[in-house]
Design a protein around this ligand. Structure first.
Ligand code: GMT
Length: 374
């Protein structure tokens, strides 16, 4: 099949899911056309059958905002005409579902059929999409997609609550390639902590919804009881505030921000507990990645997190904002090596349920069904 994938190129979960999905489809022999405004962070363009198409924006002085959706629709039309796309799969509704709808209509006028799959990832519904400035257009484009999927039951429920959706929504959970977590990688524990210290980790784009301040507060409680270090992976707008709090607590020698890293898997593999106290989280791909690396997760109960992190088995799930309870849960784990090892094993085992080999066929079957309808 010739598959088009539209996504954000950044380190956010939706772009990662789209990229991993497309690369696996290409390895299976499909031709995959990635469409984005720059090269997606994890995309390996050396894989055969992968083509990257950059959305080019023509800067024009008259426009205060350049019309990205128009350029994206035009590019989808061009690619579909040139290579004969069987399906276009857009990740994150805004503005991708809208642009794909317009492209499909233009192609229809030319006698070409292009089925559209929209995968909703979270903030496109829970934060940005429901804002009155976007709501009607987002609702319209979801209803006009041929197939709509969400990454969790929780997001499906919220989509129906927020919008007037007139079609079925399929839940296809996010996935992970557990093979990638088999090797030890190049990261050594002693780079981050003394032999008698535990390693606590947080990975995100450090936005407000991630409650990065709670991460610091939780760790501050942990380090009072357990000799430990905190590794923060990622960059984002909350870092300045977080840093201020780190200085207020006087724990700057125990916290290290390594920014965006290429060897995340190997850093995860030397960690003991992953903190994810998010305000909103449709799935929590970062938590799944940690679990695949054998790291138990102490998280909030936001959105779809409880569908990934099983309370009392792969980690602990507490109320959003309950810093004390999350700290206590983490301390209990970190102080009991037997329990910690048991949770590490369970986390790894549970991650297998989300293995790429189990989830990928769900998307591939959808593509097949839709391309046959053409
Ligand atoms: O949450 C982020 O930082 C990025 C965001 C995105 O759209 O890229 O992630 C969303 O999609 C991920 C992949 O499906 C999910 O794992 C995240 O939970 C979801 N984020 C939120 O709902 C806040």
């Amino acid at each position: 099949m010739n598959i088009g994938i539209v996504c954000y190129p950044t380190y956010g979960g939706s772009g990662i899911v789209a990229t991993e999905l497309g690369m696996e489809m290409a390895k299976k022999g499909h031709n995959v056309h990635f469409i984005s405004y720059s090269l997606p962070a994890r995309l390996d363009v050396t894989i055969p059958n992968i083509t990257f198409h950059q959305v080019n924006i023509q800067e024009y002085d008259l426009f205060h905002y350049q019309p990205y959706s128009l350029a994206l629709s035009t590019l989808i039309v061009d690619i579909a005409e040139r290579v004969g796309l069987d399906v276009i799969h857009v990740h994150y509704a805004i503005p991708h579902a809208y642009a794909a709808y317009i492209a499909r209509q233009i192609l229809h006028e030319k006698g070409i059929t292009l089925p559209v799959i929209t995968t909703l990832h979270g903030t496109d519904i829970t934060l940005v999409g429901k804002h009155p400035v976007y709501k009607s257009a987002v609702e319209f484009s979801i209803n006009k997609s041929d197939v709509v999927t969400t990454v969790s039951e929780s997001l499906k429920k919220e989509t129906f609550e927020v919008f007037n959706i007139k079609k079925e929504i399929l839940v296809i959970p996010n996935f992970i390639d557990n093979q990638l977590y088999k090797e030890n990688g190049n990261c050594i524990r002693s780079n981050f902590a003394e032999p008698d210290e535990k390693i606590v980790i947080h990975v995100s784009n450090l936005r407000k919804v991630k409650r990065v301040m709670d991460v610091i507060k939780i760790f501050n409680e942990i380090q009072k009881e357990v000799k430990s270090k905190l590794i923060i992976v990622g960059e984002g707008p909350e870092w300045d505030n977080a840093q201020q709090l780190i200085y207020e607590f006087g724990i700057e020698d125990k916290v290290r921000n390594v920014g965006k890293v290429k060897n995340l898997n190997s850093i995860l593999k030397v960690s003991d507990v992953f903190l994810l106290p998010s305000q909103q989280e449709s799935f929590g791909l970062a938590a799944l990645e940690a679990m695949a690396a054998g790291v138990p997760v102490v998280s909030s109960n936001a959105g779809g997190i409880p569908e990934v992190n099983v309370d009392g088995e792969t980690g602990y799930v507490r109320e959003i904002g309950d810093v004390k309870a999350m700290a206590q849960a983490a301390i209990g784990l970190l102080q009991d090596d037997e329990k910690l090892n048991q949770f590490k094993k369970s986390a790894k085992t549970h991650a297998l349920k989300f293995d790429i080999d189990a989830i990928l066929p769900m998307y591939e079957n959808l593509y097949c069904e839709l391309s046959q309808c053409k």
